[in-house]
Design a protein around this ligand. Structure first.
Ligand code: SF4
Length: 435
């Protein structure tokens, strides 16, 4: 969602004549888009904004610094009080006001300006211009905000309650993107499965998936899915819509029903296992991935063992694993936890090892198969190696065939014969013609 917000910021400023420069040192305007889901991102932001004070002055002689996104929404007043080099602070729903705020800051002789946005703000950032980073892939927001209030999560406080986009607007946007040459869309929202509840009174995500599939777009992904809202209708729509990729990221967070209850997740271990069984029988071979928090306050060794056993039972092919990060203002932040840091770290390492082993095992299944990859660019480590993603969202590496300019393959769909299956990527020669 933050990546997408940054594209909207870029689009809004671009429509006012701004152009991108190669480094912040050259910029007349620097916009920091922020995230406060974890403590580390908070700390980084303050370091980076302070560093701008000593950055070289741009040729125009004046640099405006703006902070947007979740931290701006949460800490607006404090930022203005304590960070003297910040000119503009804008909340999560105030992207459209940015040009006006920048002009206000320029005219205000060094006085910073702030936009906060109330719950009933009718705007939706998706109606704003966007400057996509890639011509072949697009983020398409379908809803924003969250009503779930998981006890560790700051999102509902900074992104507000759920708000849906108009169904037809989303489908029209995907049709336009397809006409523009986009091959893959990712439908975005804090809780995509509940799309439609706020605007239409009941969820319409299954219907949306089918309608987006009918636009002719080649690949559809979506994130994030909450297990409690993933309905049988959606599972069926996924299975019956060929463009929906055979991959699902479904955050479980813990394998212990006791911890899930404390997290306010509204499902049990058994519910989650039953749900993933349904998914696997509707879409055999689907690649499941997840998010897991280690060290939630009060997590015992037994709770953690249940997480390990659930990871094995579901057979996740990858997982984002995190050590619990205390977010002030959330209910979980009030719970004291005597568990020593080393114990939590040791649990985290055991989980990471298991996830890596499962990722490796899952990739062996792809060995000697031919997989389709959407080519995204060249490898950061080796300029001759191209990188793409398979339908199951596995990273695929290959070299351009002799005589083919590597750049000409970016944005194309190619077939790769897997001759090497590592933990985090597949590798092999390209076969056939790109399309
Ligand atoms: S569903 Fe996701 S965004 Fe919403 S409160 Fe829970 S973790 Fe946060």
């Amino acid at each position: 969602m933050n990546l997408h917000d940054s594209e909207r910021v870029s689009g809004v400023l671009g429509s006012c004549g701004c152009i991108e420069v190669a480094s912040p040192d050259e910029a007349d305007i620097v916009v920091f888009m922020t995230c406060c889901v974890r403590e580390k991102a908070d700390t980084h932001l303050y370091g980076q904004v302070s560093a701008m004070v000593s950055a070289p002055v741009p040729p125009s002689g004046r640099r405006l610094v703006a902070i947007g996104g979740c931290i701006a929404q949460r800490d607006g007043e404090n930022i203005r009080k304590h960070m003297k080099n910040v000119d503009v602070v804008f909340g999560t729903r105030a992207i459209s006001s940015l040009p006006e705020l920048l002009v206000g800051a320029l005219e205000g002789n060094g006085k910073s300006v702030q936009a906060d946005v109330s719950e009933d703000d009718p705007g939706f950032s998706s109606d704003l211009p966007s400057r996509r980073e890639t011509p072949w892939h697009a983020w398409v927001p379908i809803m924003t905000g969250c009503n779930n209030f998981c006890s560790y999560c700051i999102v509902p406080y900074v992104r507000g309650r759920e708000r849906d986009r108009v169904f037809e607007d989303i489908v029209d946007e995907v049709s336009r993107l397809r006409e523009d040459g986009v091959r893959e869309v990712c439908l975005l929202g804090q809780n995509v499965n509940s799309f439609g509840r706020q605007r239409y009174g009941s969820p319409r995500f299954a219907e949306l998936l089918r309608a987006v599939g009918e636009t002719g777009i080649e690949r559809i992904r979506f994130t994030s899915s909450h297990p409690k809202d993933l309905s049988p209708e959606t599972i069926l729509a996924m299975a019956e819509t060929p463009a929906v990729m055979p991959q699902l990221h479904l955050a479980v967070q813990s394998g212990s029903t006791r911890v899930l209850k404390a997290m306010n997740r509204h499902y049990s271990r058994e519910d989650y296992l039953a749900l993933t069984d349904q998914i696997k029988s509707a879409m055999p071979g689907i690649a499941l991935s997840t998010d897991i928090i280690v060290g939630f306050p009060g997590e015992t060794e037994e709770d953690f063992e249940q997480t390990l056993s659930l990871v094995k039972e579901v057979g996740f092919e990858s997982a984002f694993t995190f050590i619990y990060s205390k977010r002030p203002g959330t209910p979980a932040a009030e719970i004291d936890d005597p568990t020593p840091r080393e114990v939590i770290q040791e649990r985290f390492d055991r989980l990471a090892e298991l996830v890596a082993q499962q990722a490796f095992d899952a990739n062996q299944v792809e060995f000697s198969r031919t997989v389709e990859a959407l080519v995204e660019g060249v490898s950061k480590r080796d300029g001759d190696v191209l990188v793409g993603h398979s339908p199951k969202n596995k990273t695929v590496h290959f070299r351009a065939p002799e005589g083919v300019e590597p750049d000409s393959l970016i944005g194309k769909l190619v077939e790769v014969k897997v001759e090497e299956a590592r933990t985090w990527y597949l590798r092999g020669p390209m076969v056939g013609e790109p399309r």
